[in-house]
Design a binder for this molecule. Structure first.
Ligand SMILES: Cc1cc2nc3c(=O)[nH]c(=O)nc-3n(C[C@H](O)[C@H](O)[C@H](O)COP(=O)(O)O)c2cc1C
Length: 130
């Protein structure tokens, strides 16, 4: 499942780090893998795993006041995980962390993806500047 959302305008780096820490811990328990990209304003997240775990987790994420205006971009069933080989459940990139070169970072993170739609969605997100 892929969705985008807008971060609450007052969001802090500490909030994003908290989201990442919770997501990694809970997703490991729930056998969910994926990628979370934050560009300073918006989130783009891909999560994959057992159907029920994805439904439950997405319902929880949607209730989270740290973001709003969630829009599901795609949901489909897959035989093989796209992010399954990654030890970390998610990644944060963007201006708040690192050198701020979101395009380079997302390109690197998506290098090994086999699904052309997910790859294009992630790379397109990194290139859009509002
Ligand atoms: C952008 C964003 C992405 C999130 N991604 C996940 C995630 O992948 N897995 C997860 O368990 N929680 C994620 N969360 C956190 C959940 O909204 C929630 O805070 C967390 O699961 C703990 O829920 P609880 O307080 O009901 O235990 C995310 C929150 C935000 C704002």
């Amino acid at each position: 499942m892929t969705y985008i959302s807008s971060a609450r305008p007052t969001i802090l780096l500490a909030d994003v780090e908290g989201i990442l820490e919770t997501s990694r811990r809970r997703n490991r328990q729930d056998e969910i893998t994926g990628l979370l990209v934050f560009d300073g304003k918006r989130f783009l997240q891909v999560i994959e795993g057992p159907y029920q775990a994805i439904e439950t987790t997405f319902a929880r994420i949607a209730q989270d006041p740290r973001h709003r205006a969630l829009v599901k971009l795609a949901t489909r069933s897959v035989e093989v995980r796209e992010f399954g080989q990654w030890a970390m459940a998610s990644h944060i990139v963007g201006p708040l962390i690192g050198d701020g070169n979101i395009v380079e970072q997302v390109d690197a993170l998506t290098e090994t993806l086999t699904d052309p739609n997910i790859k294009a969605t992630l790379r397109g997100f990194a290139r859009v500047r509002a």
